[in-house]
Ligand binder design. Structure first.
Ligand code: 7RM
Length: 633
């Protein structure tokens, strides 16, 4: 069992230990797991190549740590609780034993179809239990899963399948999302005309909608598992064998296949899950992310299941059939920990408190956020209306590349402060570097967030392109892992994330983080959300361009809002941070995971939008034309 930190003193002690003797610290954590053969060296690393190896020559299987290790205590305990898109449809609960059998059965099916250790399998599926089963079955037999969020286009899917040279795609006929039905298999079919490496496609029947099945290539899931035994001997994996590849968009357009390996990722995802959320036996944990993102990998599946937790998996969206859906789910399953994104909160806030009217929400103990800075207004709304003032908020900073939460309060242990991710997780050694690479020590400093010592959950490489991994993360600041984020360490030693460093605006020599300005703008009562970018300005070097989404227009109309937004920023931060241009828009261009695409807005603000680059990950591409039409300047 992973030990849980329970007091602030405990955190301080454990953090110190993790810095003074990281190898010993992680040895203790790793010993909580079942290893077929123990490692003979804890860590081997250098950040120049880079090369990072944890628990060297240790042999294990991550699913043995989820199933065999939990079976004695939790055989009949729910593992995955699945809530369908349509609340009228019945949900599904899989106990540890039931899930284990299904994973084994599908693992056997994969092997029968010729999938071997090391083969890449792309999973392109809606949020249904088979997605979890498929992913764990891959891990069971040592195949490398690469999950692609089922909202991605055929073109994005092709790019990922080909980069990974996947031998198989696992998908479903269609998917439900709110009141829409998504043609998932049709997108796979369209993609596969350009993917010669794929030999087979396994198709889960979700909706029963008509699909084309290509003879010799496509096979139904229910046929594939026919007569398959419910036992499967787990493949013996080396600690540093690849567990999965997960693609994340890069600044140059071509997605990066982030590689995570078995031993380190296992230890790190479980350790952070238990400690950050302070999960206790029998709690119900609900992470609203899609498993297609790292948040879903680490905190719907691996972290919770490794800890023997009950993890809720939701197929639908927060606004279907109405805006109270998330809160209804919290009450229905008596959720104890809720983990979601600020963007979801900001959009739910716009419906006011009415969707909360007949909801209790009293089961909640911990609230979490991830993905972007949470502005103070959303923080307070979450705290007051969802947590009823009783639940600590963990603002968790991390990345696909870090594998798990890296800077965050431990719930109820580290005192929180709105819009601060607070302190590093034990084992994480963050540093603030100036642009010349000098470490800024002490309090009240601001600069580039880097990490100076390896941790078990960190990426090992970019699949097929180690040179790119080196260039992106290990070259700008020699000897450090560079996160790409700007950060401030305040007078309490707390970390506040300031957005991507390429989002810094330099106005008349002053460095301003976009997040800080956006925060100030969002305090305006009529502002729903905003995005700030820089544009070339003759006098100041860069001017500040704000795109603002309003819930309604005040009596003064657009002009009134513009003026009050500018006044507000001036008062909250300083007149230096005053936006030069404020454009009211109906929405912001976002990725499907909810991140604002500032790259696009920057080009529009710079009046240079003939080539916007890859916009295939954008949620609502129609917005772009509207924003260009309303452009100021
Ligand atoms: C987990 C995830 C990573 C980027 C990261 C940041 C931003 C994530 C926070 C945050 C401020 C947070 N992985 N980010 N969490 N910024 N506060 N709590 O989102 O690979 O998709 O994105 O997201 O810029 O570098 S990710």
């Amino acid at each position: 069992m992973i030990r849980k930190i329970t007091t602030l003193g405990g955190y301080i002690r454990e953090y110190q230990e993790s810095v003074e003797n990281p190898k010993l610290f992680w040895t203790h954590q790793a010993e909580a797991f079942y290893w077929r053969k123990k490692w003979d060296k804890v860590l081997d690393w250098n950040f120049e190549e880079p090369s990072v190896k944890w628990f060297l020559n240790g042999k294990l299987n991550i699913t043995e740590n989820i199933f065999e290790r939990n079976m004695f205590l939790r055989k009949d305990q729910p593992a995955i609780i699945w809530e369908p898109n349509n609340p009228e449809e019945e949900g599904i609960t899989l106990t540890y034993e039931e899930l284990f059998k299904k994973v084994n059965q599908f693992a056997n099916a994969l092997q029968k179809m010729g999938i071997e250790k090391g083969d890449r399998v792309v999973i392109y599926m809606p949020m249904i239990p088979e997605l979890a089963i498929a992913m764990l079955a891959c891990a069971r037999i040592g195949a490398i899963h690469s999950i692609v969020f089922a909202g991605f286009s055929a073109k994005s899917l092709v790019e990922r399948i080909n980069d990974a040279q996947a031998k198989m795609v696992i998908t479903s006929d269609e998917g439900y999302r709110g009141n829409k039905t998504i043609q998932i298999k049709a997108i796979v079919d369209e993609s596969l005309t350009d993917c010669p490496s794929v030999e087979n496609v396994v198709v889960v029947e979700r909706t029963g909608g008509a699909v084309d099945m290509k003879a010799g290539r496509d096979i139904w899931w229910h046929d594939a598992i026919q007569d398959m035994p419910e036992e499967n001997e787990a493949a013996e994996m080396d600690s540093e064998d690849m567990l999965f590849i997960l693609y994340t968009s890069g600044s140059t357009g071509k997605p990066k296949g982030i590689v995570h390996t078995t031993g380190g990722y296992m230890v790190y995802s479980a350790y952070t899950f238990k400690n950050v959320f302070q999960y206790s036996d029998n709690d119900m944990f609900f992470c609203t992310a899609d498993i297609g993102w790292i948040t879903g990998h680490s905190y719907i599946i691996y972290g919770p299941l490794l800890c023997g937790a009950k993890t809720l998996m939701f197929e639908g969206i927060p606004t279907f059939p109405d805006e109270g859906r998330l809160w209804e789910i919290v009450d229905k399953y008596q959720v104890n920990q809720l983990y979601t994104a600020p963007t979801a909160l900001r959009s739910l806030m716009t419906y006011g408190e009415e969707p909360l009217d007949n909801k209790s929400l009293r089961s909640l103990k911990v609230l979490g956020t991830v993905g972007e800075p949470i502005n103070e207004e959303a923080w307070h709304w979450y705290h007051d209306h969802i947590g009823k003032g009783n639940c600590p908020i963990v603002d968790t900073w991390w990345q696909t590349e870090t594998g798990g939460i890296s800077i965050s309060p431990l719930a109820g242990i580290i005192p929180t402060k709105p819009s601060f991710a607070t302190l590093p997780i034990p084992g994480i050694q963050p540093v603030v570097l100036d642009n010349e690479g000098k470490e800024l020590s002490g309090r009240n400093v601001e600069g580039n967030l880097c990490i100076k010592f390896p941790w078990p959950g960190m990426l090992r490489t970019i699949y097929g392109d180690h040179e790119r991994c080196k260039n992106v993360y290990f070259s700008k600041f020699k000897g450090y892992y560079f996160t790409g984020d700007g950060v401030k360490r305040d007078e309490d030693g707390y970390y506040r994330l300031l957005g991507r460093v390429d989002d810094v605006i330099v106005v008349s020599g002053h460095n301003l983080g976009t997040a800080e300005i956006e925060n100030a703008i969002n305090e305006h009562p009529l502002v729903h959300e905003s995005a700030v970018v820089g544009y070339p300005h003759e006098i100041k070097g860069q001017g500040i361009y704000a795109f603002v989404v309003c819930s309604e227009l005040s009596t003064g109309g657009e002009e009134g809002i513009r003026n009050s937004v500018i006044k507000g920023v001036s008062k909250i931060i300083s007149p230096i941070a005053k936006p030069d241009r404020v454009q009211i828009v109906s929405g912001l261009p976002k990725t499907r995971s909810g991140k604002i695409m500032r790259r696009i807005l920057r080009k529009i603000a710079e009046n240079n939008y003939s080539d916007l680059g890859d916009i295939s990950t954008m949620l609502d591409p129609d917005l772009v034309d509207e924003i260009i039409k309303g452009r100021i300047g």
